[in-house]
Design a protein around this ligand. Sequence first.
Ligand code: GTP
Ligand code: MG
Length: 425
Amino acid sequence: MFVDRARIFIRSGKGGNGSVSFRTEKYVPDGGPDGGDGGKGGDIIFQANANLRTLMDFRYKTKYFAQDGENGKKKKQFGKNAGDLILKVPPGTLIIDEETGLTMADLIHDGDTYIAAKGGKGGKGNVHYKSSTRQAPNFAEAGGFAEERWVILELKLIADVGIIGFPNVGKSTLLSIVTSAKPKIGNYHFTTIHPNLGVVEIFDKSFVIADIPGLIEGAHKGLGLGLSFLKHIERTKILLHVVDISGSEGRDPVYDFEQINQELDRHTKKLSRKPQIVAANKTDLLQSQEKYEAFKHYIENKGYKVFPISAASKQGINDLIKHIAWELDNIKEEEPQLEDIFDMDIHGQKDEYRKVSVRKENDIYVLEGKQLEKIFNSTNFNDLESLRYLYNYLKSRGAIEKLLELGIQEGDTVKIKDYEFEFYE
Ligand SMILES: Nc1nc2c(ncn2[C@@H]2O[C@H](COP(=O)(O)OP(=O)(O)OP(=O)(O)O)[C@@H](O)[C@H]2O)c(=O)[nH]1
Ligand SMILES: [Mg+2]
């Protein structure tokens, strides 16, 4: 099954917590802190893999979780880092953040990778919090948060050549004789219901060719298979436009040619401006040579090259393929069109993480912030120094000042997450 769109949920691993522990060796009466650091949580990484051609797997399994980092241990032992979770996708897959609709990555080449959810950092063990005034820190850092999001995977195939044309003109037959692809072929319309890719080998070169089915007059209104597959030719360099020159179904090849081009134009102007090579297929059924000559004349007048072929008897195929290879060599090398990429790490994400917001709700002072939440999770409320650490953090983020501005008095209630406590400077 060919699937070119999927919606999945991903979550990276949380960082392991730092450990709170003290040395308890014999003959060392007052062992110092020896709590080790937590391990890093696993990342969720997308990786393009040339052996894949569809997003089908993501239809069956829609939720992916990386492992959490291991907690730190006593004797300064680190918790283990969790392994990353690598999700393989076909080259040409866009990774889109569902919430914002922004494209996070466009994995074009085999092996391209993108970290779509970073694992939380491991928390520091209490061994790091020892200072001249704080000999026995009774707290450690909590592991970093996991990241989670819904993402849309959208595949836009990467091919050098896109075969287009009306149903039943012989697109799939052509693909099947020049590559090892095995598309469905039959003497009826919409035999092939999804795009197929094949690799053409010629001399010491090769190029990728895609059979794009389902285009008919009115495709832009959703007729035939509609325009859903046209996105797959957006990144091709050349279009190979196949017509049935014999008119075996009673249609006029010139009319067909113009109709398909109008559909391309309605999709995006860019598509109709792509270089086109025209293959006049089914010459074996051609009744009169004049018919071909008239067609050729018309098409060449429009500035396209025409090749008479018979996919059934393989006549003319070699010349056509050689010409395509030559044209691909000589085309001015345009980089495949990349999507606009949005970097989730810049654009204020970090500032957002560090921001502490302060507001008064009835008589309660509410503090909120992502980083605050993390430090709060690390706080040991039975330990004065740990509380002091939290206090210093709030002060450094300007939150204490803000509380005073809002008129906080000693003994008033402050709320962080679900916890309420009294304020003392
Ligand atoms: N006589 C003759 N028949 C051909 C030739 N090329 C293809 N055919 C036949 O035409 C019919 C349609 O061929 P396909 O390759 O399935 O056509 P298609 O353009 O892929 O059609 P859809 O997938 O429906 O869009 C099949 O019965 C083929 O055997 C040719 O050169 N000569
Ligand atoms: Mg077909």
